[in-house]
Design a protein. Structure first.
Length: 161
């Protein structure tokens, strides 16, 4: 899919706003998301919330004018390395563009920006059942996080409020 371009989203641009909403909603509808559309209230607040969040970093993949993928990232900080890091919070590619290198290209762009910013790492989480995404992540160099000299695996956990 050579006609795909990857851009850093400009949340003041109406085309990019629409693409972000469309891609995040497509991800939410996917079985690896929630399996249903985002609630209307979330769609109404998403762009403003991302715009106000000081570390939002979003990349969009376009095939021509059509959005086909997204990487929603947030910049964090590693206290163990005293350097910034980038967390890929959402990575999604529309079904008819999967296996065409879109996800790989999005991750390459994230890595390029991370290197430019002097980040020590890129983090992400993936569902245990999302084998397709796990293959992609391994292919581009992601590994399971292990602590204590490789003796214990770490999980990303959540407590919903």
């Amino acid at each position: 899919m050579s006609e795909v371009t990857i851009v850093q989203a400009n949340l003041d641009d109406a085309t990019h706003q629409h693409a972000v909403l469309e891609m995040v909603n497509a991800y939410a509808r996917d079985p690896m998301g929630r399996g249903e559309d985002l609630p209307a209230a979330v769609r109404a607040e998403l762009i403003g919330g991302l715009r106000e969040h000081p570390t939002s970093l979003i990349f969009l993949a376009f095939h021509g004018a059509r959005p086909v993928g997204i990487a929603v990232c947030f910049v964090g900080f590693s206290t163990f390395a005293a350097k910034p890091l980038i967390n890929v919070h959402d990575l999604a590619v529309v079904p008819d563009s999967r296996s065409a290198g879109v996800g790989r290209r999005l991750l390459e762009r994230v890595e390029s920006v991370a290197r430019q910013r002097g980040c020590c790492k890129i983090t992400l989480e993936v569902l245990a059942g999302n084998l397709r995404a796990q293959r992609l992540y391994r292919h581009v160099g992601f590994k399971n996080i292990e602590a204590g000299g490789g003796t214990s695996k770490m999980w990303f956990l959540e407590k919903r409020l």
